[in-house]
Design a protein around this ligand. Structure first.
Ligand code: F6P
Length: 363
């Protein structure tokens, strides 16, 4: 779509769960927009900033100084603020606030938006595009499960943290001749488990894409014992499931809340202890994977995403998402990503590499 008028004032918001690198994108948007003589308005707590009148502020380069290396988001975020079906606490129902958002967009004299978020937020962005709001999306999630981009920012940081945790667990597992089961995030995709498991030298990696058989996992652990390696590290993705079974849910979906996964490591640990007779412990890395400073890879990716998003707005390319197609940052139509998730292909090279290293994938 071509710009009908030039973009002079950009709104930026962050939606969904936070991921290290959000601030790096905000900083890149502000700096590159300023270079292009554009103003930037920061909208608070995702689209809430377009629903409530006083939830925005001007962002200048001074406001984003020093945030490149800081986790979280200076704008705040929420993962239950869909303006098309906004949760109303008093009634338990939902309201459609989309028209109000469009009105507020014009009241704030915005020409375009940069929407930084995961699949949910980007789907909402696409709906606003259809209502005539010029915007560009930036893919974020530690899960790395957005289609049409080989990487989302936040993923590398989560993997680095999980790898460090696995390194630490190795020494204590080895000292006590124990099995330790480490649960990592990722929702229905096994990217974090696979990469941290390979990087950390795990003995078993269980991912949602390959249903596991604990008898086979136990056999792998016993084989290691017989070979003199009297400890084992099992990395399990929160969405992993046994053959013929389903993933472990911590809390069912309700209202605007999506289903919360968690608890698979504890179950796997109990069963493995019975099957192997070895003392087994479990640990859940949880939100530690989302905190802290972004890695240099994520800082560079986030900065490139932010700068490219502004470039796209300047050239009048809207309703697109910036994406990493190594070595380039490209633009992908938002409609191509809606309703799709990027899971690990079972014949993926890193899975074959893991198997070649003798890592059990649970099958
Ligand atoms: O999508 C990112 C993610 O961290 C998932 O890996 C995890 O399942 C989920 O968010 C946790 O969400 P919340 O912070 O709402 O509990």
């Amino acid at each position: 779509m071509l710009a009908e008028k030039s973009v002079r004032r950009i709104g930026v918001l962050t939606g969904g769960g936070d991921a290290p690198g959000l601030n790096a994108v905000i900083r890149a948007v502000v700096k590159s927009a300023t270079t292009s003589k554009c103003e930037v308005i920061g909208l608070e707590d995702s689209f809430d900033g377009l629903i409530e009148g006083d939830r925005w502020r001007r962002l200048t380069p001074k406001d984003v100084t020093g945030i490149l290396r800081i986790g979280g988001t200076i704008l705040g975020t929420t993962n239950r603020g869909n303006p098309f079906a906004y949760p109303i606490e008093t009634s338990g129902g939902t309201m459609d606030y989309s028209a109000r958002c469009v009105e507020m967009f014009h009241q704030l004299k915005l020409d375009a938006l940069v929407v930084i978020g995961g699949d949910g937020t980007l789907t909402i962005a696409h709906e606003f595009s259809k209502l005539g709001v010029p915007l560009v999306g930036v893919p974020k999630t530690i899960d790395n499960d957005i289609v049409e981009t080989t990487n989302t920012f936040g993923f590398d940081t989560a993997v680095s943290f999980a790898t460090d945790a696995i390194d630490r667990l190795h020494t204590t597992a080895e000292a006590h001749h124990r099995v330790i089961v480490v649960e990592v995030m990722g929702r229905y995709a096994g990217w974090i488990a696979l990469y941290s498991g390979v990087a950390g030298g795990a003995d078993v990696i269980l991912i949602p894409e390959i249903p596991f058989d604990l008898e086979k996992v136990a056999r792998r652990i016993r084989d290691r014992d017989h070979a003199g390696a009297r400890f084992s590290i099992v990395v399990v993705a929160e969405g992993a499931k046994p053959v013929g079974g389903t993933h472990v849910v911590l809390q069912e979906a309700h209202g605007a809340f999506v289903e919360r996964l968690g608890g698979v490591a504890a179950r796997v640990a109990v069963d493995l202890e019975k099957l192997t007779g070895k003392e087994t412990r479990s640990v859940v890395l949880g939100h530690l994977q989302r905190g802290g400073a972004p890695t240099s890879f994520d800082r560079v990716l986030a900065t490139r995403f932010g700068a490219r998003a502004v470039e796209l707005l300047m050239e009048g390319t809207f309703d697109h998402m910036v994406a990493f197609h190594p070595p380039d940052i490209v633009a992908v139509p938002l409609e191509k990503i809606v309703g799709r998730a990027r899971t690990v292909p079972p014949d993926f090279d890193v899975i074959r590499t893991a198997r070649a290293m003798g890592i059990s994938m649970g099958d």
